[in-house]
Each structure stands twice: as C-alpha cells, then as structure tokens.
Design a protein around this ligand. Sequence first.
Ligand SMILES: [Zn+2]
Length: 130
Amino acid sequence: MLKEKPFWLKLFTSRTVWVTIYPNIYYPETIGDPIYEKEIVIHENVHLKQQSQYGKCKWLWRYVTNKDFRLQQEAEAMAVEVLSRSPEMREEYIAYYSEKLSGTFYHHAATSLLEAELAIRAEITKLVSI
Ligand SMILES: [Zn+2]
C-alpha cells in the first residue's frame, strides 16, 4: 500500500528517499502524488515481493548490513524499473543507477561504477531471457 512517510520514518531517512517496509511503500514528502512516479512504484514493488519472499525482518537486516545483498536486491529492482521505462531512456537510467549504487546513496553497495553497471545489466539479462 502506498503511504506518505510517517514522522518517525522522516527522522531516519532523507527527504527524497522512498522506503519500502512490507506491506507498505512510503513515498517522500517531496512527491506530490505518487501516481506520477509509476516506474519508482514498480521498483518499490519488487522490494515488497523480495521482503515477502525472504521475510521482512531478515531482509531489512541483511539489506542494511550486507552490501552484496543490497547490491543484488537493488540491481533486481532497478532492472525491472529500467525495463518499464521507454527504450530510449534505459541507458540513461542504467548510468544513473550505476552511479547511485556505487556512491553514498546506497552506502557503496557496489565498489565501482563498473560493478554496479554489470549487476544491473545481469538482472536485465535474466528478465529479458525468460
Ligand atoms: Zn530499491
């Protein structure tokens, strides 16, 4: 369910960050209406599915403490999101997310831009080869 971030979550997260804690997707206060962020909702829905399959608490703990797990889970969500975007925008988003995955935003889930890009492309390949 899509919800505005509650005050306690605002205390721990940046203003622009989306947070998914099964069964809810919390959108940032900077978003007027999440209906216009269809692709990000698609991304967050992947995290809902991951959390429900893996176990919410176990997933959240592992996501925070294990960078390889964080990289794989994000790469999967990013791949689904990228494929939901128009084909001419996909490369731009792969580059954008590769930078985010290897930077402070995702606490250096990937150690380099290349590692991040390869992780996203590997997940895209899995999805398109099904
Ligand atoms: Zn994500």
